[in-house]
Design a protein around this ligand. Structure first.
Ligand code: ADP
Length: 332
């Protein structure tokens, strides 16, 4: 297409020049004829009359305005060419961007299907196995207790997954935060206590840099936000996890930061992790469990509270997720 366009531009340019030359030639001949007629009897040689007529023509108003007119047409051809090339570059860029978006979306859908299949199938398979073991074998009390606990963990996993799916669908359609006065410090301490029992090897700590006032928030929603951030911090910190939550307040903005010493997130992925179903890497090679819904839910709930979420690198390694919420303003 570019070649065809270049060809047409050259053709237009040449035609323009030919038309100009032809008109100049015509006007020059007319001028020469006129001068010849005027100086017929002056005794000057024909050659001189022609030379003078030509010289005069190139200084004449007719030649100057003709050359101005064709110069303008040349600028027009160049201008149109530039506009065309720019429009084409923008078009190609837009098509390419759309294509890349489509490829990423398809990849995410595929990742989601793979992970959700795994996340649904594996607890169901475990629960089934546990029930079959109960049916076929006589178990000691200790064995039965262990299996029951495993079964409950798997059921909890399934419940979380189904809740996440329902919540994310709701967040995209009818979610309205149910605001009530919430003590953020207490909420974090309660969640942390539960996680300490669940992950005894993880070092959780809480720092309150300022007095944190009660905020107007949806307690269930905020629980989901904090739980997701803390669970992620554990999940993506394979070696000796140290997870710190810092609560702070600047004027009427309350902030909650979750810092871990885990694998970190590249700058490119930082821009995408909040998208629905987005998971870093590829589902075929990824080891951790998940669906890519967690941070989408977190972002949407924070947004519904008119808050903001950001992600930064921790030092020397790891990630910090920080949410900022207005303490007094009611969510709209
Ligand atoms: P999931 O954990 O189910 O994959 P999320 O939406 O919670 O989905 O997170 C999206 C992606 O962001 C994760 O797949 C992971 O790659 C990355 N991520 C989230 N939290 C962290 C963290 N604390 N450290 C490193 N990577 C993280």
């Amino acid at each position: 297409m570019l070649l065809a366009f270049a060809w047409w531009s050259i053709l237009l340019w040449t035609n323009n020049r030919d038309a100009f030359n032809a008109k100049v030639e015509l006007q020059r001949m007319a001028m020469v004829a006129e001068q010849m007629a005027q100086h017929q009897d002056s005794g000057r040689s024909e050659q001189r009359i022609i030379e003078e007529a030509v010289r005069e023509y190139y200084k004449s108003e007719a030649y100057l305005s003709l050359s101005k007119y064709y110069k303008r047409r040349e600028y027009m051809i160049v201008g149109e060419g530039v506009v065309f090339v720019i429009s084409m570059a923008i078009g190609v860029w837009l098509i390419n961007r759309g294509y890349n978006k489509e490829v990423t979306a398809a990849q995410q859908r595929r990742n989601f299907l793979l992970s959700i299949t795994h996340e649904l199938k594996s607890p169901l398979a475990s629960i089934r196995l546990i029930l079959e073991t109960f049916r076929k074998r006589k178990l000691t009390e200790e064995q039965a207790d262990k299996l029951t606990r495993n079964g409950l963990t798997e059921t909890e996993r399934l419940t979380t997954l189904v809740n996440d799916l329902l919540l994310s669908a709701k967040l995209e359609t009818v979610y309205e935060p149910h605001l009530e006065s919430t003590d953020l410090g207490k909420l974090v301490r309660d969640i942390m206590q539960k996680l300490r029992d669940k992950y005894p090897k993880v070092a959780f700590s809480l720092r309150e840099d300022n007095h944190i006032p009660a905020i107007e928030a949806d307690r269930l929603g905020l629980t989901s936000v904090i739980l997701n951030l803390l669970e992620n911090a554990v999940k993506y910190t394979p070696d000796s996890p140290k997870i710190e939550v810092v609560l702070d307040r600047v004027e009427d903005i309350v902030s909650l930061a979750v810092a871990d010493n885990g694998i970190g997130i590249s700058d490119k992925d930082k821009r995408q992790i909040f998208e629905k179903f987005y998971r870093v890497g590829n589902e075929d090679t990824r080891r951790t469990k998940g669906t890519g819904l967690g941070l989408f839910i977190v972002k949407e709930i924070v947004k519904s509270h008119e808050g903001q979420i950001s992600v930064l690198d921790n030092q020397p390694k790891g990630t910090i997720f920080r949410i900022q919420l207005p303490s007094s303003k009611k969510a709209g």
